[in-house]
Design a protein around this ligand. Structure first.
Ligand code: HEM
Ligand code: CU
Length: 581
């Protein structure tokens, strides 16, 4: 279909800005593996410090890129499936709020005033503009949901007995999750952190801030993932040359995420002392419930791929894997999605270890954790985002892909990189290698008394995998911006490879409406989170909470004068790796 120039332009900017920033994000990924392997034994390189780089890496890759993309993709999905255009003015207001917020946060990070990592746990204090910028980015990303909901209601009125298109359902579910979970982080930022960072309040309740953060933070991972799920259900079967096995399964999975993706955030706080065992136990069990929509998806997509393979003449139990269009440049998006799906198997399995409160003790804050989540957020999420960005841009702009053969190889190269990288980090984690630590300063420096030779092979694997990922990432940027620089060859249209379904399943009213699900969502949330917030409020820590700390100093900011000797000691011995977890 055709959409207006104005909406096209919003989409292009929302794809292009975060991808341009990705060059900084990926550069710091490479730097981290270099420091960690002990190749660099400095606190900083090119005037950018390890933690400053790690903050830029986490914020750009995992927050800015994912949020901009989800909004752009949502505009396209809603417009395409409902045949209704989003409101131009609102789309631009949302874009500008997100962009101004990003610029503010980027300035604070690049100026070295907010090296607090993307989790910005207090008592580490960042510059107020960092918090304000993040809040603006979030508020900007709320706006489209209300506009899409209006289009959805209009469409419903005109199409009473029809199923809501699955892609639209997934997009709305995703942004409802996002709206609800970001309310908590907005409260954390605006009510707890900003007044404290600006000096109006002397202390902050660290546990409460962390609990609010993870109310948001776990749901955030589903916000990352759901656009990829929309692609797996709606586009992957068609790209593979088949049909979607069950569309009802997709609806059940989407509503399952609505219920279970928020009330499980405490599984990131198994080691927080102020939260009682019962709350941890309950949320640990609910975490297992989230495996249900994931398994539904895994089986449905596998069945759809099998259907595609058999249509192409495959034989035997698993023969269909041999018949898929892995290197077909005209279907390059298939390669991105199938690689993402493959990585997700390992991401899911390692995630089960994290989710078990007992096993979690073994891997908590070790390199295992980034080993795990690069197979999710840098797996299906990232590959879905970059593959779809290229697809969406080239279709709507009517441009041919720059270097199509390279475009189709990139996801395989990335996958090989991640498999090596994550093997190194996971193995390292199991033998105690810490995450969020500039290992080159101490543990991976042979001249240092803390040198730990067991971590040489693990960090070397991390380095090798990281270099391959870096090359693949840079090649993608060349392909994407190379495509942008080309002249349009044909008229651009908004088009998606939409899959038909194998069976024409009956419309089940329960899976065609939001109301009962939203009510149940509120009930489950209250049961899971009221006790958690009560625990956190009851235990603010000694005094009324913690004072402000800067990332490079173990003494509170207010006590600078008395801290001077201690800091000197730390710098001299270089034995302390700043603990930020
Ligand atoms: C060239 C590619 C990449 C490399 C080499 C790389 C490497 C790393 C390493 C070594 C860490 C752990 C550092 C530490 O804990 O000390 C890390 C953390 C992280 N990475 Fe990546 N990464 C890459 C791409 C990505 C992508 C594409 C995403 C997301 C879309 C991502 C998201 C994250 C996040 C969220 C963290 C956690 C930051 C924190 O602990 O605060 N990375 N990365
Ligand atoms: Cu989680």
């Amino acid at each position: 279909m055709q959409i207006s120039k104005s909406i096209k332009r919003v989409i292009y900017w929302e794809l292009g800005i975060p991808l341009a920033l990705l060059s900084i994000g990926i550069y710091h990924g490479l730097m981290q593996v270099i420091y960690r392997a002990g190749v660099l034994r400095e606190a900083a390189f090119a005037k950018l410090d390890y933690y400053q780089g790690l903050t830029l890496h986490g914020v750009i890759n995992a927050v800015v890129l994912t949020t901009f993309f989800s909004v752009a993709f949502g505009h396209a999905v809603v417009a395409f499936h409902l045949k209704k255009e989003p409101n131009k003015k609102l789309a631009w207001i949302s874009f500008w709020l997100m962009t101004i917020g990003t610029v503010m946060a980027a300035w604070a990070m690049l100026a070295g005033k907010a090296s607090v990592l993307y989790t910005f746990y207090p008592p580490l204090k960042g510059h107020p503009l960092f918090y304000l910028g993040t809040a603006l980015l979030i508020v900007g990303s709320w706006i489209p949901l209300f506009d899409w909901a209006r289009l959805y209601r209009e469409w419903k009125r005109e199409n009473r007995d029809q199923k809501v298109p699955l892609a639209v359902l997934g997009t709305l579910v995703n942004h409802i999750i996002w709206f609800v979970c970001t309310l908590a982080v907005a409260y954390e930022v605006l009510v707890l952190l900003l007044p404290w960072a600006m000096g109006y309040k002397p202390t902050v309740n660290v546990t409460l801030a962390r609990t609010l953060f993870w109310f948001f933070g776990h749901a955030l991972v589903y916000f990352w993932l759901l656009p990829a799920y929309v692609m797996f259900y709606n586009f992957l079967p068609k790209l593979a040359g088949g049909k979607l096995f069950s569309d009802t399964a997709g609806r059940i999975a989407a509503f399952g995420f609505l219920l279970f993706s928020i009330p499980i955030g405490v599984h990131h706080q198994f080691a927080d002392p102020s939260i009682t065992k019962g709350v941890k136990m309950f949320q640990s069990i609910l975490t297992s419930a989230v495996a249900i929509p994931s398994f539904i998806t895994a089986f449905t997509i596998a069945a759809s791929l099998e259907y595609a393979g058999r249509r192409r003449g495959s034989k035997g139990l698993l023969g269909y894997f041999g018949k898929l269009p892995y290197l077909d440049t005209s279907k390059f998006l298939f390669a991105y999605l199938i690689c993402g799906l493959f990585l997700f198997i390992f991401g899911g399995l390692t995630g089960l270890v994290n989710a078990s409160s007992v096993l979690n003790n073994t891997i908590h804050n070790t390199a295992w954790v980034p080993g795990h989540f690069h197979m999710t957020v840098a797996g299906p999420v990232f590959l879905g985002i970059i593959g779809m960005s290229l697809y969406l841009y080239s279709k709507t702009a009517g441009k041919r892909i720059f270097m199509p053969k390279v475009a189709v190889i990139i996801p395989y190269l990335w996958t090989i990189g991640i498999l090596i990288f994550s093997t190194g980090l996971s193995w390292g984690g199991l033998i105690g290698e810490p995450r969020r630590t500039n290992l080159g300063m101490t543990y991976l420096n042979p001249k240092h008394e803390l040198f730990t030779p067991e971590w040489v092979p693990t960090t070397m694997l991390g380095l090798l995998g990281g270099i391959i990922m870096f090359i693949a990432g840079m090649l993608f940027l060349v392909v994407f911006f190379g495509t942008m620089m080309r002249k349009s060859k044909e008229e651009g249209v908004l088009e998606f490879p939409v899959s038909e379904t194998v069976h024409n399943e009956k419309l089940v009213p329960l899976f065609n409406t939001f109301k009962p699900w939203l009510v149940t969502m509120a009930v489950v949330l209250a049961i899971a989170y009221v006790p958690a917030f009560m625990d956190a409020t009851k235990n603010p820590g000694p005094g009324a909470g913690a004072p402000r700390f800067s990332p490079d100093n173990p003494m509170p900011i207010e006590n600078k004068s008395s801290a001077a000797p201690a800091v000197k000691g730390v710098n001299e011995s270089k034995t302390v790796t700043v603990a930020k977890q």
